[in-house]
Design a protein around this ligand. Sequence first.
Ligand code: GLU
Length: 364
Amino acid sequence: MAGRTVVVKVGTSSITDDRGRIVDAAVAKLCSEVAEVLAGGDHVVVVTSGAIAAGLQVLELTRPSDPAVLQAVAAVGQSRLMGHYERAFASVGLVAGQVLLAPLDFVDRAQYLHARQTLRLLMGLGTVPVVNENDAVADDEIRFGDNDRLAALVAHLVQAELLVLLTDAAGLLTADPRYDQEASLIEEVSEVDQVLAMAGGPGSARGSGGMASKLAAAKIAAWSGVRVVIASAERPRVLQEAVVGTPGVGTFVRPRDGRRLPARKLWIAFALATAGKVVVDAGAKRALIERGVSLLPAGVRQVVGDFQAEDAVELAGPDGDVFAKGIARHGAKELAQWSGWQSSRLPDDVPPEVVHRDDLVILP
Ligand code: GLU
């Protein structure tokens, strides 16, 4: 495919009014900007929230706190949300294709490749993929951040050059503008970690994102070699300006130099919630970091938490410092029993890896 690929993410608060209703004008603004970028020869994937908001509107509910109810509400709202996009894209001569993704789609190789193929084909057909989390079966982004991380993983999936995170602020500011009139836009961030501490808590009551969630997404993107712009959804021509890199359009986050993490490892490192911790000895820590080996029971000193096989766990050194994250192949109970054991002592049908090298990421 010729042209650049751009992923643009819009959150609930940017496309709803203060009563939580989807605002057609806001969807139309985004869609007409997408049309212009496409006319310039680039490709665009839209990642949008708003299913819950649309569902609440139909069901005449206020946002419940129970994630299970939110999942059901999202199922009601998703098709309505798509209706808004279909109409807005039709008015600029475009066709939308809905793609719903769940966290497991980034972990399972076959599913990951299918999702990539579908997204590429949709773009190849001249349509605009419109992605949301498959809230009915997975509620990760409901809990953690209104699709920000999903958008970063999608950017990696389609090998995008640029991820545009649209929000209700002008970008990352030097201070909270509600309390400090001097707050000004930070135009470029080269090390996300340094600014993560500055960002406040969750955003508005209608979405669940906020700047910390944007930066967490920017970090995933930076580790995948994708440039990020955090900018205001309301700014005229924001998408076109983000694509050409107009100074002042928002906050640019520079991609990290060096090796790009594969998607599965990105997901393990930055998106999967951890269920426990495995403390390893100094020798194991060194071997994991320097030689990229799998963790075996012999190196395990202590097991913390009550995780199951296939749960994500943190790995800490003898000093307690967390240095890696991975997916455990055994539950905490079995592992506690086997810690310090040579692999030859394990029952015959038990795979020796506590965390396999393919499921292990050394953290920055
Ligand atoms: N995927 C959800 C939606 O589209 C996330 C937004 C939220 O948590 O409010 O509504």
